[in-house]
Design a protein around this ligand. Structure first.
Ligand code: URA
Length: 431
């Protein structure tokens, strides 16, 4: 097969055959199609989007470009939960142990963050000793033993996606819905789970910024998932403000632990706890085919009787961490920003807060950057809350005084106040 004719077919709005897309995926995976030709095809596919059928064929071909996990023999249902990524989104850290404690087999591959949204692997990298690159055989063995496993993206699973994603990142072709859907779903297909909950984040801090695009992405994930025999449910959630209080790697691990261990929470942390509980209940109801109220009862029970916290500890020690609760990694400088008068909080922009965390060293601007796990920004109440003069509305955790002062300046643009009461933002934008 000649790849130039596949590029021309896409350029001219033709329809690819499954064989053509398999040729593309295998050529991306083994390097036999050069990057300049793949880049040309990606731009043509950005301008002339793939149909649902073509996207399903591409997804299958990318999943089959490497190894696939065989979960046969593990207790069912096999479940994964995936977020399209957002600022302060640490819900995987709560959902995995909660759902495993409820009896589901949780198997997950997660990504590293690039840009504003932190990846789960970066958050967990702040836990000393934790091993986050497990082989497919290790993943299956751990899932069999304790019902929960999470690893970074393995080069053995869906290697075509790795090659194509790296090129999309540098060719202005990330934001194509069919390319996003196939990239996400091929890893799910290769990862072996049968039930998948997608949390499609919508707002300035997410991959998509408006409700229309979020609905379109949710629809594509569901449609392609159906065509590939996966059981997919998608919820759309608010990403106009950070999820919960903390944005920054270790700060988010600590906040997730506060929910898991039943600590007392400030209003922003309580909003995150409610979000995680609802997402878990939705996933459990979907996977067990039970009513969401019954599922919520099970979720609340494992959180209040210590089973979720015990599963968290069992999970982390199985992957190499020291036993017990993960100790915090305090930043050298902690700076509270105080309300100068009484006000209602109108806006705490997720993208701008994500950018402040990035500037503090909590994220990666290039693939080579090293992350400082200690730094980040905490907000204390959600939009719509009232503050009195002198109360802290945000706290900066920084490596030094200069970085803290710069972050304080950036946060002035990110956070807006009003003398009038303001409505709270909903957690979910879909039923
Ligand atoms: N996450 C992925 O894995 N792929 C995309 O294209 C976008 C988000």
């Amino acid at each position: 097969m000649n790849f130039v004719s596949i590029i021309e077919q896409r350029r001219d709005g033709g329809v690819h055959s499954p064989e053509g897309l398999t040729f593309l995926a295998n050529g991306a995976a083994d390097g036999s199609i050069p990057a300049y030709q793949l880049s040309a095809w990606l731009m043509a596919a950005y301008l002339n989007p793939l149909t649902l059928d073509e996207t399903a064929d591409l997804t299958r071909a990318m999943a089959e470009s490497g190894e696939t996990l065989d979960l046969a023999g593990l207790p069912k249902p096999w479940v994964d939960k995936h977020s399209t990524g957002g600022v302060g989104d640490k819900s995987t850290l709560v959902a995995m142990p909660v759902l495993a404690a409820c009896g589901l087999t949780m198997v997950k591959m997660s990504g590293r963050g690039l840009g504003l949204t932190g990846g789960t692997i970066d958050k967990l990298s702040s836990v000393d000793g934790l091993r986050l690159s497990l082989s497919p055989a290790e993943m299956v063995a751990q899932a069999r033993e304790i019902g929960i496993v999470l690893t970074g993206q393995s080069t053995e699973l869906a290697p075509a996606d790795k090659a194509l994603y790296e090129l999309r990142d540098v060719t202005g072709t990330v934001t194509s819905i069919p390319l996003i859907a196939s990239s996400i779903l091929c890893k799910k297909l290769a990862g072996g789970a049968e039930f998948i909950t997608f949390d499609v984040k919508c707002g300035s801090g997410g991959l998509v910024h408006c409700l229309y695009s979020a609905q379109e992405l949710a629809y594509w994930l569901q449609e392609i998932g159906d065509r590939l025999g996966l059981k997919v449910t998608a919820k759309i959630s608010d990403m106009s403000q950070p999820l919960g209080g903390a944005s920054g790697n270790d700060l988010e691990v600590q906040e997730a632990q506060m929910v898991l261990y039943g600590d007392s929470l400030d209003p922003a942390q309580a909003r995150f706890s409610e979000f995680a509980r609802r997402l878990c209940a939705h996933t459990l109801a979907f996977a067990l085919n039970i009513h969401e109220d019954e599922a919520r009862g099970q979720v609340d029970a494992v959180l209040s009787d210590g089973r979720a916290a015990a599963k968290w500890e069992q999970w982390l020690t199985a992957q190499g961490a020291a036993p017990g609760r993960v100790p915090p990694k305090p930043a050298p400088v902690v700076l509270d920003l105080l309300a100068e008068r009484d006000f209602w909080l109108v806006r705490q922009d997720a993208a701008e807060i994500g950018r402040a965390v990035l500037e503090l060293g909590g994220g990666r601007k290039t693939k080579e950057d090293r992350i400082d796990p200690r730094v980040g920004v905490c907000v204390h109440r959600p939009v719509g809350s009232r503050f009195s003069e002198g109360e802290p509305f945000a706290t900066i955790h920084a490596a030094d005084e200069d970085a803290a002062a710069r972050a304080a300046k950036s946060l002035q643009a990110a956070i807006e106040f009003s003398n009038e009461p303001v409505a709270e933002a909903p957690l979910f934008l879909s039923p």
